[in-house]
Design a binder for this molecule. Structure first.
Ligand SMILES: NC(=O)c1ccc[n+]([C@@H]2O[C@H](COP(=O)([O-])OP(=O)(O)OC[C@H]3O[C@@H](n4cnc5c(N)ncnc54)[C@H](OP(=O)(O)O)[C@@H]3O)[C@@H](O)[C@H]2O)c1
Length: 253
């Protein structure tokens, strides 16, 4: 029964190596949140497809390992080990990227953080809202603005990892997370229309539950059927190679 449920709600997703090579080989791809979960699975797929990578997260050791792996596979690779919530660090990195990266074909804005806390438990914790907004929303905007000339040069794409829960009636406890994801959704919807004339595509993945270190913190989620990180990476890659504006699971209304 559990397997049937998983199969229906989370139908298998895959993407062929051949298709990925055709779309990504030798293209510059920027990935935020590359060191864990969905972003790490995405990075491994991109290495296999021989993309050139610029990886962004905080865990420098992991970033180094991934870049080493990419170079061993014949890709160019570089990284920035930064906390995307720190505005000064983000500004400095954006300025460097503007100057150093050639045409960028894909920007995957995937780094994210979820917080489960009710509003009444958030008194004195305004930083919960600042941190989720800075990471889930503001860093996406900052990177998109900084890379716009490079994206325009390549006729590139911005792909944002949103959450399917941002399309549902909101449940208690997720005010910070949902507010930040909805802000990013709204920005992407506007950017999609404005950037069209520049030849840059903006795409949104309303991701359902995925087993990653982020979701598995929650015991209820840990035991529920969900996509694997690699399946979620395939969803992002399929979206990024399609003409669609967004991905959502078939059951999401
Ligand atoms: N898992 C799910 O069920 C699910 C469902 C819907 C949407 N999503 C979205 O999917 C995206 C990826 O999540 P995940 O589940 O793969 O989580 P994850 O395994 O916790 O990975 C999060 C990534 O973001 C990076 N990150 C976190 N805080 C950061 C910061 N302050 N500065 C820079 N990088 C930071 C982490 O790297 P470092 O720790 O090295 O910085 C890590 O690489 C998120 O945007 C999340 O909202 C997930």
């Amino acid at each position: 029964m559990t397997n049937l449920w998983k199969y229906l709600v989370y139908p298998p997703v895959s993407v062929s190596d051949e298709k990925l090579r055709r779309s990504f080989a030798s293209k510059w791809v920027v990935v935020t949140g590359a060191t864990s979960g969905i972003g790490e699975a995405l990075t491994l797929r991109l290495i296999h497809a021989k993309a050139n990578l610029y990886l962004i997260s905080r865990n420098e050791q992991k970033l180094q390992l991934l870049c080493q792996k990419a170079k061993e596979n014949g890709c160019e690779a570089s990284y920035a080990a930064i906390d995307l919530r720190q505005r000064d660090e983000l500004d400095t990195m954006c300025a460097q990227l503007r100057d150093s990266l050639p045409a960028v074909s894909y920007l995957f804005c995937n780094a994210g953080k979820s917080i489960h806390r009710t509003i009444s438990d958030s008194i004195g914790r305004m930083h919960d809202y600042d941190r989720t907004m800075d990471l889930n929303f503001r860093s996406t905007v900052a990177l998109s603005l900084a890379l716009m000339p490079s994206l325009k040069m390549a006729g590139g794409r911005i792909v944002y990892t949103s959450s399917v829960s941002s399309r549902y009636p909101f449940v208690p406890g997720w005010s910070a997370y949902h507010a930040s994801k909805c802000a990013a959704n709204s920005w992407c919807r506007t950017a999609r229309r404005e950037y069209k004339r520049l030849g840059v595509k903006v795409q949104l993945a309303y991701m359902p539950l995925v087993h990653t270190p982020m979701s598995d913190v929650n015991e209820n989620y840990r035991n529920m059927p969900a996509y694997s990180a690699d399946e979620a990476a395939c969803i992002l890659l399929r979206l990024a190679t399609s003409g669609k504006f967004f991905y959502k699971p078939w059951w999401a209304i």
